[in-house]
Design a binder for this molecule. Structure first.
Ligand code: CP
Length: 296
């Protein structure tokens, strides 16, 4: 694999290999050494989990990491990102983890760079967040391995969510039994890759094995995308009452950052069914597997 851009570019064999390697790293703590490589984190949008997770993953693989301070980078002097990336490659960086608000920017950089470095998509606009989807599936499989038997519900601002797009693609590839995409009309996806949409939280979540809650992507909403927050909370928040529609052992997941008291209540986010911190923990091992697959 030359670049890691989206789920659509992966085969089921590649996905299964990544899941197996991530699980191996987690269990065995036996890590290969890639100390000739260098990784740079270029986050043009905020991040806590993904940036730190890629940094830790690289560190476990003995890869030195450069975190670019983009506020003081030469982009502010008019440099285009392709030139920034080419200059980093010229200095010996061969792995570039990039998050950007523009859809498919990483695809375009990968096409223009070719084989001189590896581009890793850490989130592009509303399009894709493939490493998040993979770590989510790793977390689901640990508790409920028979994906074909599962009903999964994704709840919230699906239209503006790159995580929801990547999850739909991955669930389709792996043959998940049933996927419900639950949102108010205005936040249902414009294009559905897999699953069925519903505006009814009760219908969507009823008997679900896994409930994935999304935050409201405030930074991507235009004036015409706005929904009254109190009405949204009353109709779609994950609370003790709404979670009771799902199976009693349903997994509660959230890619983070969570907005307590808006899309999810604290007693659910911190409760016994929550896998939110397990997702974050698994993310380090999944990102190790992704980096390794690019270097082999
Ligand atoms: N899930 C996720 O992408 O979190 P960050 O924005 O903190 O990286």
């Amino acid at each position: 694999m030359q670049h890691f851009l989206d789920i659509e570019s992966l085969s089921s064999t590649q996905v299964i290999h990544l899941l197996q390697r991530a699980q191996y790293f987690k269990k065995e703590r036996n890590f290969p050494v890639f100390n000739q490589c260098r990784l740079a984190n270029l986050f043009y949008e905020n991040s806590t989990r993904t940036r730190v997770s890629f940094e830790l993953a690289a560190t476990h693989l003995s890869i030195p990491v450069i975190n670019l301070d983009l506020a003081s980078s030469s982009e502010s002097k008019g440099e285009v990102i392709l030139d920034t990336v080419k200059n980093l490659v010229a200095m010996g960086i061969n792995l570039l983890v990039i998050r950007h608000h523009q859809n498919s920017l990483q695809h375009s950089l990968a096409t223009q760079l070719g084989p001189i470095a590896h581009i890793i998509n850490a989130g592009d606009g509303q399009h894709a967040h493939p490493s998040q989807a993979l770590l989510d599936v790793m977390t689901i499989i640990e508790k409920k391995p028979n994906l074909r038997d599962l009903k999964i519900a994704i709840i919230g601002n699906i239209r503006h969510s790159r995580v929801a797009n990547s999850l739909q693609r991955l669930f389709a590839l792996l043959g998940v039994g049933q996927l419900k995409l639950v949102a108010p009309q205005l936040w249902l996806p414009e294009k559905v890759f897999f699953g069925e949409t519903t505006e009814s939280l009760q219908t969507g979540i009823s008997d679900a094995d896994v409930v994935i809650c999304l935050r409201i992507q405030n930074e991507r909403l235009t004036n015409s995308d706005q929904i009254d927050r109190q009405a949204y909370r009353e109709g779609y928040a994950l609370t003790k009452e709404t979670l009771s529609f799902a199976k009693s052992d349903a997994l509660v997941m959230h890619p983070g950052p969570i907005n307590r008291g808006m899309e999810i209540d604290s007693d659910i986010a911190d409760g016994p069914q929550s896998c939110i911190l397990q997702q974050v923990h698994n993310g380090v091992f999944m990102r190790m597997a992704i980096i390794e697959s690019l270097l082999q």
